[in-house]
Design a protein around this ligand. Structure first.
Ligand SMILES: C[S@@+](CC[C@H](N)C(=O)[O-])C[C@H]1O[C@@H](n2cnc3c(N)ncnc32)[C@H](O)[C@@H]1O
Length: 289
């Protein structure tokens, strides 16, 4: 019999970073994970789904899976009050997260949506994402910060070339192409992200080059955007800085990390020109003088 029940774990993203949550969920044999952000408050939650036996009579109680999860959280000193566990009776976990994924206006002229939501009813530029992909939905504050920055740069002067390092769903590169960038290269170290970039580029009718790699290419681009995390942005500073022809946008940073990351890029000859933040997340922009 096919399992129709699943267990949904939710916790505030302040409890642990994305990588640690992914490792924890994988050690507990997760079916899938997502990061959801409330657009108004900027508060993010980690979500993971776990399979339950459809015949289990314990659906409302302490299932074995609940006990395993609680024990794993206890081991790493996560406060039980910051965690919720819910049994989804008949809802497929693959689509459970989609109900909260709304279309959203971003910046002055973008409209970002999964394909099951309506397009804009004004002249905003429609950017559509494959609903099958539970990452890079555009709702995370760092993605919004980057989208707003990409829009600002493109409206001032659309770049001839763009690098989206750590592209995820390819959203940033696709938005830039729709805003007039002449060409874009999306790079990600995850194969499923590279596939997502290709699918999403096709849905949006743009030509996006997507490559699997974990290191920036030996090539210069007018605009470089990298929404990754503080640690990898520091590790790759010597490879990423030379890629910047004119403008660099970095995000994936906590507000407390911006000074340290910015110092690394300034040491490579770039000039900081702007910082923005949403909640605890920040972006920082540089120019090559
Ligand atoms: C926070 S997601 C951002 C996705 C997308 N750019 C966005 O703004 O929504 C970070 C992405 O960077 C990728 N990544 C992390 N380290 C990387 C590296 N060294 N090289 C390439 N991609 C990397 C991850 O696989 C993930 O898809």
């Amino acid at each position: 019999m096919q399992a129709t029940k699943s267990l949904e774990l939710r916790m505030s993203a302040t409890c642990m970073d994305e990588m640690a949550f992914q490792e924890l969920a994988e050690s507990l044999e997760t079916l899938g994970i997502a990061l959801e952000t409330d657009v108004d408050s900027g508060q993010s939650s980690h979500i993971a789904w776990f399979g339950l036996d459809a015949d289990s009579s314990e659906s409302s109680g302490e299932t074995e899976k609940c006990r395993q999860i609680r024990a794993a959280l206890d081991n790493i000193n996560i406060d039980p009050a910051s965690v919720s566990l819910t049994v989804l009776e008949n809802e497929g976990w693959e689509t459970a997260w989609q109900k909260d994924w709304q279309a959203m206006p971003v910046g002055e002229c973008l409209w970002v949506r999964p394909s099951f939501r309506e397009g804009p009813n004004d002249d905003r530029i429609d950017v559509v994402l494959d609903p099958g992909m539970a990452f890079g939905t555009g709702t995370h504050p760092t993605t919004r910060l980057c989208l707003e920055a990409v829009e600002r740069v493109c409206l001032e002067k659309a770049p001839a070339t763009l690098l989206d390092m750590g592209a995820g769903s390819g959203l940033l590169a696709i938005a830039a192409l729709k805003l007039g960038a002449a060409s874009a290269l999306a790079i990600d170290m995850e194969e499923e992200s590279v596939d997502a970039c290709k699918v999403n580029a096709e849905i949006n009718g743009v030509c996006l080059d997507a490559k699997l790699d974990d290191t920036p290419p030996d090539q210069q681009f007018e605009l470089v955007v990298a929404n990754i995390l503080a640690a990898p942005l520091v590790w790759m500073v010597k490879e990423l800085s030379p890629c910047v022809g004119s403008h660099l946008i970095l995000s994936g940073l906590l507000t407390t990390q911006v000074d340290d990351v910015a110092a690394e890029y300034i040491a490579q000859g770039l000039t900081e020109v702007r910082r923005d933040s949403q909640g605890e997340w920040a972006s920082v922009e540089f120019m090559r003088a």
